[in-house]
Design a binder for this molecule. Structure first.
Ligand SMILES: [Zn+2]
Ligand SMILES: [Zn+2]
Length: 355
């Protein structure tokens, strides 16, 4: 079976045949159907993030069909359609029990290597840029048989991370104003989360004009290109003193500060973008003291087994946009071209599809 492999940072991805083991106890063998091309994977290619080991099979956003189950698996059966959760949820630890399964304390690491070539093991987490994958059953969310997996695969990462940040984590109330710094795949879902929450003003901030156009399609009401005007000043002008909620969806400490500065007193800043390891985020302490909040949001504070299903329901009702997120479909062989498109800001999301 074919998989997309990173051999070393700053090199092109190689798509090649690997061997895959049958599922061990508690694991599931999946036939992948759709995989979203997410910036987080590229961070392993450009050296922004450190791979757990090399060679590494890439991908984390995806959906597929269960081909085979390991011993003891009862939550899914062969033939079931599933969307992968970014986080493996044990259901028993303190965080799972308190309603934060995205931060499960039991399943911290990746499953051990199940892929190999000529007997040499390949590293992987819960990979999706691969025709087949072995994943823990606790990362599988069973979805209805009529779910269009080539679209619904985006719920796995981009959609839940964005909508969940608004609805689950910040719990934005109706009528609130919000700003979204960064309108890529996740940022657009913060925008549509704002629409779902009935936010009043939804201010999109991005340097790429195409992404601001997309943000308008997703329901943003105001648009700021920081290369042309100062976002903090403009947001304060639009809202009469600052937004209630500012979301940082890029992953730059300096942008967190800017988002924070754009909130009004009593406002909340939500860090959604993956921040570089070991770097501090700084804000003015006196501004913080004025009833402002600064919070993080891990994967949309997802309760995947609940949230994926209501998001699918809202998609069927036309209230959540998935089709509009997908700029194009490509076969696995075109993973490098898909990354190129992403880097050039040409696409909202590319979905890799498998026959
Ligand atoms: Zn992702
Ligand atoms: Zn747990």
């Amino acid at each position: 079976m074919k998989a997309a492999v990173l051999y070393e940072p700053h090199s092109r991805i190689i798509v090649e045949d690997l061997d895959i083991e049958p599922p061990h106890p508690g694991e599931v063998l999946l036939d992948m159907v759709g995989a979203g091309v997410c910036h987080s994977d590229y961070h392993l290619v450009d050296g922004h993030a450190t791979p757990r080991g090399l060679p590494l099979v890439l991908g984390h956003e995806g959906a597929g069909v269960v081909r085979e189950i390991g011993e003891g698996v009862t939550s899914v059966a062969p033939g079931d359609k599933i969307i992968l959760s970014l986080d493996v949820m044990c259901g028993h630890c303190r965080n799972c029990s308190e309603g934060s399964p995205a931060l499960c304390e039991t399943h911290q690491g990746p499953v051990p290597g199940r892929m190999s070539k000529d007997g040499a093991p390949y590293h992987h987490g819960r990979p999706t840029y691969t025709e087949q994958a072995i994943v823990p059953s606790d990362a599988c969310v069973k979805v209805p048989d009529d779910t269009p997996l080539q679209k619904a695969c985006l719920i796995s990462c981009a959609v839940i991370t964005g909508i969940g940040a608004v609805v689950n984590r910040a719990q934005v109330p109706a009528g609130a104003s919000m700003a979204v710094f960064g309108c890529g795949g996740v940022g657009l879902n913060v925008v549509q989360g704002g629409v779902l929450a009935s936010a009043g003003q939804i201010i999109a901030v991005d340097t790429v004009p195409y992404k601001l156009e997309l943000a308008e399609q997703f329901g943003a009401t105001h648009f700021i290109n920081p290369e042309k005007e100062d976002p903090v000043e403009r947001i304060r002008a639009i809202t009469g003193g600052g937004v209630n909620y500012a979301f940082e969806v890029v992953g730059f400490p300096a942008l967190v500060k800017q988002a924070f500065q754009s909130t009004r007193t009593t406002g909340t800043t939500i860090v959604v973008g993956v921040q570089p390891a070991g770097q501090d985020v700084s804000v003015d302490g006196l501004d913080l003291l004025r009833d402002r909040s600064l919070m993080g949001s891990w994967h949309g504070a997802a309760r995947a087994r609940v949230d994926f299903l209501w998001i699918l329901d809202l998609y069927k009702q036309g209230k959540v946009k998935l089709d509009e997120l997908i700029s194009r479909y490509r076969p696995l062989d075109e993973i490098n071209e898909a990354f190129d498109d992403m880097l050039q800001g040409k696409v909202a999301r590319t979905v890799l599809v498998f026959d």
